[in-house]
Design a protein around this ligand. Structure first.
Ligand code: GLY
Length: 369
Protein backbone atom coordinates (compact mmCIF):
# COMPACT_ATOMS: atom_id res chain seq x y z
CA UNK A 1 0.00 0.00 0.00
CA UNK A 2 1.14 3.53 -0.71
CA UNK A 3 0.03 6.19 1.75
CA UNK A 4 0.31 9.83 0.73
CA UNK A 5 -0.50 12.79 2.90
CA UNK A 6 -2.01 16.10 1.87
CA UNK A 7 -2.07 19.21 4.04
CA UNK A 8 -4.03 22.30 3.08
CA UNK A 9 -5.84 25.22 4.63
CA UNK A 10 -5.71 27.59 7.55
CA UNK A 11 -5.67 26.02 10.09
CA UNK A 12 -4.00 22.98 8.57
CA UNK A 13 -6.21 20.11 7.48
CA UNK A 14 -4.24 16.93 6.86
CA UNK A 15 -5.63 13.84 5.24
CA UNK A 16 -4.27 10.61 3.88
CA UNK A 17 -4.69 8.97 0.50
CA UNK A 18 -4.40 5.17 0.66
CA UNK A 19 -3.63 3.39 -2.61
CA UNK A 20 -3.67 -0.39 -2.82
CA UNK A 21 -5.01 -3.06 -5.14
CA UNK A 22 -7.96 -4.74 -3.41
CA UNK A 23 -8.27 -2.17 -0.60
CA UNK A 24 -12.08 -1.97 -1.07
CA UNK A 25 -12.29 -5.54 0.25
CA UNK A 26 -10.48 -4.53 3.44
CA UNK A 27 -12.43 -1.45 4.51
CA UNK A 28 -13.78 -3.32 7.55
CA UNK A 29 -10.22 -3.31 8.95
CA UNK A 30 -9.95 0.48 8.81
CA UNK A 31 -11.19 1.46 12.26
CA UNK A 32 -8.75 4.41 11.99
CA UNK A 33 -10.69 5.81 9.02
CA UNK A 34 -14.29 4.75 9.67
CA UNK A 35 -14.40 4.08 13.42
CA UNK A 36 -15.61 7.42 14.69
CA UNK A 37 -18.90 8.15 12.96
CA UNK A 38 -22.50 7.85 14.15
CA UNK A 39 -23.97 7.34 10.64
CA UNK A 40 -22.62 6.49 7.18
CA UNK A 41 -24.33 8.08 4.19
CA UNK A 42 -23.12 6.10 1.20
CA UNK A 43 -23.66 8.04 -2.02
CA UNK A 44 -23.20 6.20 -5.29
CA UNK A 45 -24.70 5.89 -8.77
CA UNK A 46 -26.83 3.09 -10.19
CA UNK A 47 -24.04 1.36 -12.07
CA UNK A 48 -21.35 1.55 -9.39
CA UNK A 49 -23.94 0.78 -6.70
CA UNK A 50 -24.79 -2.47 -8.49
CA UNK A 51 -21.13 -3.43 -8.87
CA UNK A 52 -19.66 -2.42 -5.52
CA UNK A 53 -22.44 -0.93 -3.32
CA UNK A 54 -23.35 -4.13 -1.43
CA UNK A 55 -19.75 -4.95 -0.59
CA UNK A 56 -18.99 -1.46 0.72
CA UNK A 57 -22.29 -1.21 2.62
CA UNK A 58 -21.72 -4.51 4.43
CA UNK A 59 -18.25 -3.46 5.51
CA UNK A 60 -19.47 -0.08 6.78
CA UNK A 61 -22.14 -1.90 8.81
CA UNK A 62 -19.38 -3.72 10.66
CA UNK A 63 -18.56 -0.42 12.43
CA UNK A 64 -21.93 -0.63 14.24
CA UNK A 65 -23.42 2.64 13.00
CA UNK A 66 -26.38 2.87 10.62
CA UNK A 67 -25.66 2.99 6.90
CA UNK A 68 -27.97 4.83 4.49
CA UNK A 69 -27.34 4.35 0.78
CA UNK A 70 -28.43 7.08 -1.62
CA UNK A 71 -28.20 6.18 -5.30
CA UNK A 72 -28.32 8.73 -8.11
CA UNK A 73 -28.50 8.20 -11.86
CA UNK A 74 -25.27 7.70 -13.70
CA UNK A 75 -23.88 10.68 -15.62
CA UNK A 76 -23.21 14.41 -15.53
CA UNK A 77 -26.93 15.15 -15.37
CA UNK A 78 -26.95 14.05 -11.72
CA UNK A 79 -24.74 16.96 -10.70
CA UNK A 80 -27.65 19.30 -10.05
CA UNK A 81 -29.05 21.32 -7.17
CA UNK A 82 -32.25 19.30 -7.24
CA UNK A 83 -30.24 16.22 -6.22
CA UNK A 84 -28.42 18.17 -3.51
CA UNK A 85 -31.76 19.05 -1.98
CA UNK A 86 -32.99 15.45 -2.19
CA UNK A 87 -29.81 14.14 -0.59
CA UNK A 88 -29.67 16.58 2.32
CA UNK A 89 -33.38 16.14 3.03
CA UNK A 90 -32.90 12.38 3.08
CA UNK A 91 -29.98 12.87 5.47
CA UNK A 92 -32.19 14.87 7.83
CA UNK A 93 -34.90 12.16 7.58
CA UNK A 94 -32.52 9.37 8.54
CA UNK A 95 -31.05 11.37 11.42
CA UNK A 96 -27.56 12.16 10.08
CA UNK A 97 -25.75 14.53 12.45
CA UNK A 98 -22.55 16.55 12.45
CA UNK A 99 -20.74 13.36 13.50
CA UNK A 100 -21.96 11.52 10.41
CA UNK A 101 -19.90 11.03 7.29
CA UNK A 102 -20.66 10.91 3.60
CA UNK A 103 -18.86 8.10 1.77
CA UNK A 104 -18.64 8.91 -1.95
CA UNK A 105 -18.43 5.71 -4.00
CA UNK A 106 -18.15 6.46 -7.71
CA UNK A 107 -16.54 8.58 -10.39
CA UNK A 108 -16.16 12.33 -10.66
CA UNK A 109 -19.88 13.08 -10.75
CA UNK A 110 -20.61 11.23 -7.51
CA UNK A 111 -17.50 12.68 -5.84
CA UNK A 112 -18.34 16.28 -6.76
CA UNK A 113 -21.99 15.95 -5.76
CA UNK A 114 -21.31 14.06 -2.52
CA UNK A 115 -18.47 16.40 -1.60
CA UNK A 116 -20.73 19.40 -2.12
CA UNK A 117 -23.47 17.89 0.07
CA UNK A 118 -20.89 17.16 2.80
CA UNK A 119 -19.63 20.73 2.63
CA UNK A 120 -23.05 22.27 3.29
CA UNK A 121 -24.86 19.71 5.47
CA UNK A 122 -25.12 21.24 8.95
CA UNK A 123 -22.39 23.70 7.86
CA UNK A 124 -20.07 20.91 6.84
CA UNK A 125 -19.43 17.28 7.73
CA UNK A 126 -16.71 14.80 6.74
CA UNK A 127 -16.52 13.15 3.35
CA UNK A 128 -14.47 10.07 2.50
CA UNK A 129 -13.88 9.38 -1.19
CA UNK A 130 -13.79 5.90 -2.67
CA UNK A 131 -13.18 6.83 -6.33
CA UNK A 132 -13.99 4.12 -8.84
CA UNK A 133 -12.78 5.60 -12.14
CA UNK A 134 -9.23 6.49 -13.12
CA UNK A 135 -10.27 10.13 -13.61
CA UNK A 136 -11.65 10.32 -10.08
CA UNK A 137 -8.69 8.42 -8.61
CA UNK A 138 -5.99 10.68 -10.06
CA UNK A 139 -7.86 13.97 -10.16
CA UNK A 140 -11.31 14.78 -8.86
CA UNK A 141 -11.15 12.98 -5.49
CA UNK A 142 -7.99 14.87 -4.53
CA UNK A 143 -7.79 18.56 -3.69
CA UNK A 144 -11.24 19.30 -2.32
CA UNK A 145 -13.09 20.74 -5.30
CA UNK A 146 -16.82 20.00 -5.10
CA UNK A 147 -19.65 21.24 -7.21
CA UNK A 148 -22.80 20.92 -9.22
CA UNK A 149 -23.77 22.28 -12.62
CA UNK A 150 -26.32 24.92 -13.54
CA UNK A 151 -28.23 25.04 -16.83
CA UNK A 152 -25.81 27.79 -17.81
CA UNK A 153 -22.58 25.93 -17.07
CA UNK A 154 -20.59 23.21 -15.41
CA UNK A 155 -19.45 23.46 -11.76
CA UNK A 156 -20.85 26.98 -11.39
CA UNK A 157 -21.95 26.19 -7.82
CA UNK A 158 -19.40 24.57 -5.56
CA UNK A 159 -17.04 24.72 -2.62
CA UNK A 160 -13.56 23.73 -1.57
CA UNK A 161 -14.07 21.00 1.03
CA UNK A 162 -11.11 18.74 1.67
CA UNK A 163 -11.90 15.06 2.29
CA UNK A 164 -11.20 13.24 5.53
CA UNK A 165 -9.56 10.42 3.57
CA UNK A 166 -9.32 9.06 0.03
CA UNK A 167 -9.18 5.31 -0.57
CA UNK A 168 -8.01 4.29 -4.03
CA UNK A 169 -8.33 0.74 -5.34
CA UNK A 170 -6.62 0.31 -8.74
CA UNK A 171 -8.25 -3.15 -9.08
CA UNK A 172 -11.60 -1.42 -9.64
CA UNK A 173 -10.24 -0.16 -12.96
CA UNK A 174 -10.06 -3.67 -14.35
CA UNK A 175 -13.83 -3.79 -14.78
CA UNK A 176 -14.03 -0.38 -16.45
CA UNK A 177 -14.96 -0.11 -20.14
CA UNK A 178 -12.01 0.99 -22.33
CA UNK A 179 -13.45 4.44 -23.05
CA UNK A 180 -13.78 5.27 -19.34
CA UNK A 181 -10.20 4.15 -18.77
CA UNK A 182 -9.02 6.27 -21.72
CA UNK A 183 -10.96 9.18 -20.22
CA UNK A 184 -8.76 8.97 -17.10
CA UNK A 185 -5.60 8.38 -19.13
CA UNK A 186 -5.95 11.92 -20.51
CA UNK A 187 -5.51 13.24 -16.96
CA UNK A 188 -2.59 10.86 -16.34
CA UNK A 189 -0.93 12.16 -19.53
CA UNK A 190 -1.64 15.70 -18.31
CA UNK A 191 0.44 15.07 -15.17
CA UNK A 192 3.31 13.83 -17.32
CA UNK A 193 3.06 16.95 -19.49
CA UNK A 194 2.97 19.48 -16.66
CA UNK A 195 5.28 17.90 -14.15
CA UNK A 196 7.07 14.67 -14.99
CA UNK A 197 8.85 13.83 -18.23
CA UNK A 198 9.71 10.48 -16.61
CA UNK A 199 6.02 9.61 -16.23
CA UNK A 200 5.39 10.80 -19.80
CA UNK A 201 8.12 8.57 -21.23
CA UNK A 202 6.88 5.65 -19.13
CA UNK A 203 3.40 6.07 -20.63
CA UNK A 204 4.85 5.90 -24.12
CA UNK A 205 6.43 2.55 -23.32
CA UNK A 206 3.35 0.38 -22.68
CA UNK A 207 2.63 -1.93 -25.54
CA UNK A 208 -0.04 -3.98 -23.77
CA UNK A 209 -3.02 -2.83 -21.75
CA UNK A 210 -2.31 -5.55 -19.15
CA UNK A 211 1.16 -4.11 -18.47
CA UNK A 212 -0.33 -0.69 -17.90
CA UNK A 213 -2.92 -2.10 -15.46
CA UNK A 214 -0.20 -4.08 -13.70
CA UNK A 215 1.69 -0.83 -12.96
CA UNK A 216 -1.40 1.19 -12.16
CA UNK A 217 -0.81 1.47 -8.39
CA UNK A 218 2.49 3.22 -9.04
CA UNK A 219 1.19 5.42 -11.83
CA UNK A 220 -1.81 6.55 -9.79
CA UNK A 221 0.39 7.29 -6.78
CA UNK A 222 2.72 9.38 -8.95
CA UNK A 223 -0.18 11.42 -10.35
CA UNK A 224 -1.74 11.95 -6.93
CA UNK A 225 1.60 13.07 -5.49
CA UNK A 226 1.94 15.65 -8.28
CA UNK A 227 -1.55 16.93 -7.55
CA UNK A 228 -0.87 17.03 -3.80
CA UNK A 229 2.32 19.03 -4.38
CA UNK A 230 0.29 21.59 -6.33
CA UNK A 231 -2.77 21.90 -4.06
CA UNK A 232 -0.65 22.10 -0.93
CA UNK A 233 0.87 25.27 -2.39
CA UNK A 234 -2.36 26.72 -3.75
CA UNK A 235 -5.57 25.19 -2.41
CA UNK A 236 -7.99 27.72 -3.89
CA UNK A 237 -6.53 28.05 -7.41
CA UNK A 238 -5.16 31.56 -7.11
CA UNK A 239 -1.88 30.66 -8.82
CA UNK A 240 -0.01 27.45 -9.44
CA UNK A 241 -3.10 25.21 -9.19
CA UNK A 242 -4.03 26.60 -12.59
CA UNK A 243 -1.43 24.30 -14.14
CA UNK A 244 -3.81 21.42 -13.39
CA UNK A 245 -6.10 22.98 -15.98
CA UNK A 246 -3.74 22.19 -18.86
CA UNK A 247 -6.00 21.50 -21.86
CA UNK A 248 -9.11 22.24 -19.81
CA UNK A 249 -10.12 25.66 -21.17
CA UNK A 250 -10.50 24.40 -24.72
CA UNK A 251 -11.68 21.03 -23.39
CA UNK A 252 -14.42 22.63 -21.31
CA UNK A 253 -15.76 24.49 -24.35
CA UNK A 254 -15.82 21.29 -26.43
CA UNK A 255 -17.53 19.25 -23.71
CA UNK A 256 -20.16 21.89 -23.07
CA UNK A 257 -20.75 22.78 -26.73
CA UNK A 258 -21.60 19.14 -27.46
CA UNK A 259 -23.63 18.88 -24.23
CA UNK A 260 -21.39 16.19 -22.69
CA UNK A 261 -22.66 13.69 -25.25
CA UNK A 262 -20.13 13.60 -28.06
CA UNK A 263 -16.88 13.79 -26.06
CA UNK A 264 -15.94 12.49 -22.63
CA UNK A 265 -14.10 14.90 -20.32
CA UNK A 266 -10.81 13.14 -21.08
CA UNK A 267 -11.33 13.27 -24.85
CA UNK A 268 -12.13 16.97 -24.69
CA UNK A 269 -9.06 17.61 -22.49
CA UNK A 270 -6.89 15.60 -24.91
CA UNK A 271 -7.98 17.84 -27.79
CA UNK A 272 -7.43 20.87 -25.54
CA UNK A 273 -3.88 19.81 -24.59
CA UNK A 274 -2.96 19.18 -28.19
CA UNK A 275 -4.52 22.37 -29.56
CA UNK A 276 -3.08 24.70 -26.90
CA UNK A 277 0.33 23.13 -27.50
CA UNK A 278 -0.02 23.63 -31.24
CA UNK A 279 -0.65 27.28 -30.49
CA UNK A 280 2.27 27.57 -28.07
CA UNK A 281 4.56 26.04 -30.72
CA UNK A 282 3.44 28.78 -33.10
CA UNK A 283 4.12 31.37 -30.38
CA UNK A 284 7.64 30.03 -29.90
CA UNK A 285 6.95 28.82 -26.33
CA UNK A 286 7.09 25.09 -27.05
CA UNK A 287 9.36 23.11 -29.34
CA UNK A 288 7.94 21.05 -32.20
CA UNK A 289 9.24 17.73 -30.82
CA UNK A 290 7.19 18.14 -27.60
CA UNK A 291 4.08 18.58 -29.75
CA UNK A 292 4.94 15.47 -31.76
CA UNK A 293 5.49 13.42 -28.59
CA UNK A 294 2.22 14.68 -27.16
CA UNK A 295 0.41 13.54 -30.31
CA UNK A 296 2.14 10.18 -30.08
CA UNK A 297 1.08 9.53 -26.49
CA UNK A 298 -2.50 10.69 -27.10
CA UNK A 299 -2.73 8.44 -30.17
CA UNK A 300 -1.32 5.53 -28.14
CA UNK A 301 -4.24 5.78 -25.72
CA UNK A 302 -6.83 6.30 -28.46
CA UNK A 303 -7.46 9.92 -27.50
CA UNK A 304 -8.50 12.52 -30.11
CA UNK A 305 -6.48 15.63 -31.01
CA UNK A 306 -8.39 17.36 -33.81
CA UNK A 307 -10.57 20.37 -33.07
CA UNK A 308 -14.18 19.57 -33.97
CA UNK A 309 -16.22 21.96 -36.09
CA UNK A 310 -18.08 24.43 -33.90
CA UNK A 311 -19.70 27.76 -34.74
CA UNK A 312 -18.07 30.85 -33.24
CA UNK A 313 -21.21 32.19 -31.53
CA UNK A 314 -21.72 28.88 -29.74
CA UNK A 315 -18.09 28.86 -28.61
CA UNK A 316 -18.32 32.44 -27.36
CA UNK A 317 -21.40 31.67 -25.32
CA UNK A 318 -19.62 28.86 -23.45
CA UNK A 319 -16.18 30.44 -23.22
CA UNK A 320 -17.28 33.76 -21.77
CA UNK A 321 -19.14 32.04 -18.97
CA UNK A 322 -16.00 30.14 -17.93
CA UNK A 323 -15.35 30.87 -14.25
CA UNK A 324 -11.63 30.80 -14.99
CA UNK A 325 -11.93 34.21 -16.68
CA UNK A 326 -11.09 36.83 -14.03
CA UNK A 327 -11.29 40.60 -14.69
CA UNK A 328 -11.32 39.91 -18.42
CA UNK A 329 -8.12 37.87 -18.24
CA UNK A 330 -7.90 34.19 -19.01
CA UNK A 331 -5.07 32.23 -17.39
CA UNK A 332 -3.95 29.41 -19.64
CA UNK A 333 -1.54 26.62 -18.90
CA UNK A 334 1.00 25.88 -21.61
CA UNK A 335 3.79 23.32 -21.74
CA UNK A 336 7.16 24.79 -22.77
CA UNK A 337 8.53 21.23 -22.86
CA UNK A 338 7.35 17.84 -21.67
CA UNK A 339 7.30 17.89 -17.85
CA UNK A 340 7.12 21.66 -17.45
CA UNK A 341 4.14 23.98 -17.16
CA UNK A 342 3.77 27.72 -17.40
CA UNK A 343 0.81 30.06 -17.08
CA UNK A 344 0.18 32.60 -19.82
CA UNK A 345 -2.39 35.36 -19.77
CA UNK A 346 -4.80 36.13 -22.54
CA UNK A 347 -7.22 39.04 -22.79
CA UNK A 348 -10.81 37.91 -22.87
CA UNK A 349 -11.50 39.49 -26.27
CA UNK A 350 -8.59 37.53 -27.72
CA UNK A 351 -9.72 34.22 -26.27
CA UNK A 352 -11.65 33.28 -29.40
CA UNK A 353 -8.25 32.89 -31.05
CA UNK A 354 -7.93 29.58 -29.21
CA UNK A 355 -10.41 28.30 -31.75
CA UNK A 356 -9.06 30.30 -34.73
CA UNK A 357 -5.50 29.17 -35.28
CA UNK A 358 -4.55 32.14 -37.52
CA UNK A 359 -4.79 34.73 -34.73
CA UNK A 360 -1.99 35.60 -32.35
CA UNK A 361 -3.48 35.77 -28.88
CA UNK A 362 -1.01 35.27 -26.06
CA UNK A 363 -0.17 38.46 -24.17
CA UNK A 364 2.33 37.78 -21.52
CA UNK A 365 4.00 34.79 -19.87
CA UNK A 366 4.56 34.14 -16.19
CA UNK A 367 6.89 31.30 -15.25
CA UNK A 368 4.88 29.34 -12.76
CA UNK A 369 6.16 25.86 -12.41
N1 GLY B 1 -9.08 19.30 -11.75
C1 GLY B 1 -8.24 20.39 -11.49
C2 GLY B 1 -8.15 20.76 -10.05
O1 GLY B 1 -8.56 20.00 -9.18
O2 GLY B 1 -7.69 21.84 -9.74
Amino acid sequence: MQTLSCTTGQPDHRYFVYIEKGITDLLYEREDVFGDYDHFVLITDKKVGKLHGGKVRRQLQSFNSPVTQITVDQGENSKKLENVQKIVEKMVDVGATRRSVIVALGGGVVGDLAGFCASIYMRGIDVIHLPTTLLAQVDSSIGGKTGVDLESGKNLVGTFHQPKAVIVDPLLLETLPDDILADGMAEVIKYGCISSSKLFVRLLGYEYHEDLLEDMEDIIAKCIQIKINVVEKDEKEGGIRRILNFGHTIGHVIETYFQYEKYTHGEAVAIGMYQITKMSVREGITDQSSLENLKLVLDTYGLPTEMPEMDLDGIKEVLFRDKKIESDILHLCVMPRIGKAEIVKMKREKAMALFQPDLDPIQETTPNA
